[in-house]
Write a protein that binds this ligand. Sequence first.
Ligand code: PLP
Length: 400
Amino acid sequence: MRDFISERALNIQESGIRRFFELANTYDDIISLGVGEPDFPTPWHVRDEAIYAIQKGKTFYTSNAGLMELREAIADEVKLKTQTSYNPKTEIIVTCGGSEAIDLALRSTINPGDEVIYCMPAYVTYVSCIKLADGIPVEIHLKEENQFRLTADQLRAAITPKSKILMLNYPNNPTGAIMEKEDLEAIADLIIEHDLLVITDEIYSELTYLDKPHDSVISLPGMRERTIYMNGFSKAYAMTGWRLGYLCAPDYLTKHMAKVHQATIMAVSTISQFAGIEALRNGQADINQMRESYNQRRRYLVLSLREMGLPCFEPLGAFYVFPNISQFGMTSEEFAMKLIEDQHLAVIPGSVFGDSGEGFVRISYAYSMNQLRVAMARLAEFIEKLRTSETQPLQTLLNK
Ligand code: PLP
């Protein structure tokens, strides 16, 4: 038989996260801080709306771009949070999670050979989606000393005549970093000067822990017209399984993105869309409550990690901490493997998010305080062993 697999498919990698879950799942008493998924179920009033939709037989396709009522709710939400207006009739597309929004944005804008600048460490699917769209990924290595924010100097150094798109993801997965207004202003001039399109993935925008709201790049002068803004329901409303997200962009872009969306997805689950309307219209109190819990856990983790002597910059967004484990002289993968084997505790090696994640591990705090307390005790014991092992061969010690 011929080799039926396309070069595109061969050219992308499986997520390194999955391998860790497979290993982790071999232990009964494993505590896994690996998943980037809220531990809360979707709020009841949101679930109820989906149930009513089914009961009332609202089971037909919606318009390709999504229910108008949902697009109106999205337009109101984006206007409220970013002071930026989008026309719900022509400038908003409801997508199958943020995941489809990323793919749709890239596939609708890249021509073969266009360079797409993205920041590493990065959410695992970015590189794959850029390659699937025949783009050339160009990475910027973000630095811990800059709190994993993108600086103008770094962006300037990455721009070439082939640069077309800059991907941003703040609040960030995996680092938990945010960019504030002045950080964004510092890169905005360069974006305009080099005529770049921005794809901004703001799926964690509701989860920030300063006493001021998240800053979006679309709010800056000159940015709306050259930005595809994407967001979703998975993280803010604990709705990962509903597969609901959206993108907003000027209509010269959405006009063409709508065709790609129509050809591939047709329309998003009608039931989920009804739930989405309820989430946007009446879900702010739920978000506030979940955010408070995440914040409590975040502070506990950062403090615990620092007490153990693990340098950990303070993440101000999302639900991840990203401590530096380079002092132990092993790769982040070795560290994570040994931690699973020795303590039955799973975290994600920073290297799965790209080279510049090496030397770090990602710990998700979308887990209960009880689980986090046990996890921190196990991690402390592991680190203690590693430190003692500086005078003994590590393997002997961990194999005991
Ligand atoms: N973007 C980022 C940065 C993420 O971390 C995720 C999920 O983990 C997504 C997008 C996709 O989320 P979903 O497709 O569930 O909306």
